[in-house]
Design a protein around this ligand. Structure first.
Ligand code: TRP
Length: 333
């Protein structure tokens, strides 16, 4: 086994990906992979998607789309296994054992559960409640050292650590206790219509978000309509959250710092700045969209990728689950 630190991360294929998903997560995964310092596992968390009711055909479409977008964004499947969570039975097996080692009380404190049960009041199912336990299983199965997550998933990582420590104390050392990995330059992309809110595809106003697969025209239109202040200076500051959000998007795609951006657009105004941001985003998305289109017309290749990803993931995950079953006292089959 390699002595590299191990990373596991996942995204739910629950709808079209925004540039927030790309700049906040995928792009960092690609960077992490490039450093060669880590052994990375990248998972498509399809089991998690059914906590909210969806059409089977949408689940299938979103899952293949996201797989293609992973690769199109630059994740190299030769280096890191990319797999569907549902292809590795140990996720469900471990999540049962962990369910029996997690308290109702700690799960009731999860803010995502509270949010989602408010949003989907007609379907507050047990899976929505135990969602964090399945996520803990995802992570602990791979003995991951680091888990790149956004701010909204930090609480789930905390509970994962608690569950791991509790299990280790009860049954002896079994799981690596993982750390959250907050990337140094993780762009937190906000809504173009309301810069106080995270950019999200569930926004009711489609001008609030840019999808990874949006056409150049759509990108230009949405950025031109982005909410700004009544001033004209491309600068950070009080009341300039809209412009600051566009600056950080521009920075994330061009690699420029905020100072460099302020200098570049000194005295130029929003009429020059906004189209420049749009052009930069369009250029960043162009190769990804081209690669995506190629991949979607090559389903055999995609199938090969997720199969071989699952094979590797299964090997690692099986080791952990058999250890766990032995420790809790199940007779070896
Ligand atoms: N819950 C995560 C999200 O919605 C997705 C996820 C599932 C995940 N399992 C994971 C992320 C394991 C990191 C590690 O974003």
């Amino acid at each position: 086994m390699s002595d590299k630190k191990r990373i596991l991360s996942g995204i739910q294929p629950s709808g079209a990906m925004t540039i927030g998903n790309y700049l906040g997560a995928l792009k960092n995964w690609v960077e992490l992979q490039k450093t060669d310092e880590y052994e990375c596992y990248y998972m498509l968390a399809d089991l998690h998607t059914i906590t909210v009711r969806q059409e089977a055909k949408d689940i299938r479409k979103n899952a293949m789309d996201l797989l293609a977008l992973f690769i199109a964004s630059g994740i190299d499947p030769e280096k890191s296994p990319i797999f569907f969570q549902s292809h590795v039975p140990a996720h469900v097996q471990l999540s049962w054992v962990l369910n029996c080692n997690t308290y109702m009380g700690e799960l009731s404190r999860m803010t995502q559960y509270k949010d989602k049960s408010r949003k989907h009041a007609d379907n507050i199912n047990a899976g929505l409640f135990t969602y964090p336990v399945l996520m803990a299983a995802d992570i602990l199965l791979y003995q991951a050292d680091l888990v790149p997550v956004g701010q909204d998933q930090k609480q789930h990582l905390e509970i994962t650590r608690d569950i791991a420590q509790r299990f280790n104390n009860t049954y002896s050392e079994t799981f690596k206790v993982p750390e959250a990995y907050i990337p140094k330059v993780g762009a937190r992309v906000m809504s173009l219509q309301n810069p106080a809110q995270k950019m999200s595809k569930s926004d009711t106003n489609e001008n609030g978000y840019i999808l990874m697969l949006d056409s150049p025209d759509a990108v230009m239109r949405k950025i031109k309509r982005a909410v700004t202040d009544s001033g004209s200076e491309v600068k950070r500051g009080e009341g300039k959250e809209g412009i600051e959000n566009l600056m950080s998007i521009y920075g994330a795609v061009t690699g420029k710092t905020m100072e460099e951006i302020e200098n570049e657009f000194d005295g130029k105004g929003y009429g020059v700045f906004k189209p420049a941001v749009a052009e930069a985003v369009i250029e960043a998305l162009r190769p990804i969209q081209e690669k995506y289109n190629d991949l979607m017309s090559n389903k055999d290749y995609l199938e090969k990728i997720y199969r071989s990803g699952a094979e590797i993931a299964n090997l690692t995950a099986r080791k952990t689950i058999s250890k766990v079953y032995r420790k809790v006292g199940f007779i070896q089959p």
